[in-house]
Ligand binder design. Structure first.
Ligand code: PLP
Length: 513
């Protein structure tokens, strides 16, 4: 490492190379490339060293905050790279290690190396995918990739898509199009120009009880309010009850409410459940609703020859959310929104003379800002392009299949403990279960403490969720590098920790006191 970044090089300084421009050392070029590669290598070396050791250092928010006292984020004079290395070491040491086999709580994956390499190039090239002139080859690569993914999803020739920061954003953009499409088609009303008519107060968005909370978030932001979201009960497999869906739609229409969109979930966040997409498509078509498939999690199945049939019917959706930062090992953020009829993107198109004038469109110049809610936009498509092309369909399919097999194996391990109760049949990589203490009144506290004990000991990062009022534990398998032995020892440790906590609680709070 060097001090070069901290140098205050003014023209009177004899140490300064008079041939070079004043800030050369701060921007990548041939002369400093080797030095910066060495720095990156040192930092990544640190990361690989700590990542193996523990899932998390176990430090609390207060401890982390104390460590940061005295670190001025904007000092009068730069601290230089050597001192900065200490900051980065602190960060790396106190981060969740996603390559550690016991970091399996949330929908966050370790990134594959091709994607990591692409990520460096994405930042170094810094193309912005708003207009062709700021991203020539990048625009064409993204277009080519999206067309291929639409084909893979079995979408019609009219389909198209756009990369987004993730499922929340994709769901929002999809529901914005659903709202404005309904107004355009049924009232010849442009929401883009005129805002919302009073009739929009009767708009309803339908999804299942297990759908993601970003649906309410979108409804709130779209001026419809969270009360506009109607949640349909789910069956034992956590799938939307289609009978109930039909009755709800009929009731709404009788009461003068307007169901504008149906959100089917392909892979719920807790259970990985996949709604009956074909049945949803039928109901949506019949009722004149937009069908949005939230496949933020489950969309990865489409990349596995063995499992893709489970998404049958998804091609009928008007829009689909897929997150590559979940099942497909991309660094966050990397979401994709697919749309069945590309003309619907025009509902979001706005023009700026300096950026995407109509003349460009007439001349056939592709300006991707026309399809996006964002303006400056990262070239996230590159990491997907590099990953899919270098690994290929077979390898990626095998990796997905392997993770799903591991989940089934883990389910058997959990069931055979006799102490943990599975709450569902796992369909993707997530498993929801509960430690069952002899006295049910300790159930919530034992389960919460299992999660916290494992986390603060740096042993494991698992998650919790609440199902039918009861606190549960959750594992989310995404990494194909986890071994069965790792999972077996984690499951044992969960049980042992539960037993210890239960014993303490029973001694401290005997019945009747
Ligand atoms: C993760 C998830 C989302 C939100 O996606 P982000 O990328 O976190 O914004 C939406 N829907 C489902 C079903 C998800 O699993």
């Amino acid at each position: 490492m060097t001090q070069s970044m901290a140098n205050n090089c003014d023209t009177s300084d004899a140490a300064c190379d008079t041939d070079s421009r004043p800030y050369d050392e701060l921007f990548l070029d041939r002369s400093n490339l080797a030095e910066h590669l060495a720095t990156i290598s040192t930092i990544l070396g640190m990361l690989t060293q700590y990542a193996e050791k523990e899932s998390y250092s176990g430090r609390s928010p207060a401890e982390l905050s104390t460590s940061l006292t005295g670190a001025d984020p904007f000092p009068e004079a730069g601290i230089g790279q050597d001192a900065m290395a200490n900051d980065l070491e602190f960060l790396v040491r106190n981060s969740i290690s996603l390559t550690h086999p016991a970091t399996i709580g949330h929908l966050l994956c370790p990134p594959v190396i091709p994607a990591l390499q692409a990520e460096v190039l994405i930042s170094a090239l810094n193309q912005s995918l708003d207009v062709f002139e700021t991203s020539p080859a990048a625009t064409m690569i993204e277009k080519t990739l999206i067309a291929r993914i639409c084909e893979e999803f079995g979408m019609p020739a009219s389909s198209d898509g756009t990369f987004t920061p993730g499922g929340t954003h994709s769901n929002y953009a999809a529901l914005l199009m659903a709202r404005d499409h309904w107004l355009q088609k049924n009232m010849n009303w442009s929401a883009k120009r005129s805002g919302l008519p009073t009739r929009s107060q009767d708009f309803r968005i339908i999804c299942s009880e297990s759908a993601h909370f970003s649906i309410e978030k979108a409804a709130a932001q779209l001026g419809l309010g969270t009360d506009a979201v109607v949640r349909i009960p789910v069956d034992d497999g956590h799938r939307m009850k289609t009978g109930s869906l039909l009755r709800t739609v009929q009731n709404m229409k009788r009461r003068g409410k307007i169901p504008i969109a149906l959100v089917a979930t392909a892979g719920t966040t807790d259970f990985g459940a996949i709604d009956d997409l074909t049945a949803c498509a039928e109901v949506a078509t019949e009722a004149g609703m937009w069908l949005h498939a939230d496949a933020a999690y489950g969309g990865g199945l489409m990349f596995s020859e063995r499992h893709r049939d489970r998404l049958a019917g998804i091609e009928l959706a008007d829009s689909i959310s897929v997150d590559f930062h979940k099942m497909l090992w991309q660094p966050a953020s990397c979401g994709l929104l697919l749309v069945g009829a590309s003309s619907n993107f025009s509902l979001m198109t706005h023009r700026a003379a300096y950026l995407n004038p109509l003349e460009d469109k007439v001349a056939g110049i592709p300006n991707l800002v026309d399809k996006s809610l964002l303006t400056t936009r990262r070239f996230d498509a590159l990491k997907v392009w590099v990953s899919l092309r270098t690994l290929g369909k077979r390898r990626i399919g095998d990796m997905i299949g392997h993770v799903l097999d591991l989940a089934q194996r883990t389910r058997e391990m959990i069931e055979s403990t006799g102490r943990l109760k599975m709450l569902h049949k796992p369909e993707l990589g997530c498993l929801v279960f509960r430690y069952e203490p002899a006295a049910d009144r300790f159930s919530d506290s034992v389960n919460r403490q299992i999660q916290q004990t494992l986390m603060s000991a740096g042993r494991a990062m698992i998650a919790t969720t609440r199902i039918q009022e009861k606190l549960c534990l959750k594992l989310t398998l995404l990494s194909p590098t986890v071994r069965e032995e790792d999972l077996q020892s984690l499951v044992h440790e969960i049980v042992d920790t539960g037993r210890r906590l239960e014993a303490t609680l029973t001694t401290e709070h005997p019945v009747g006191i």
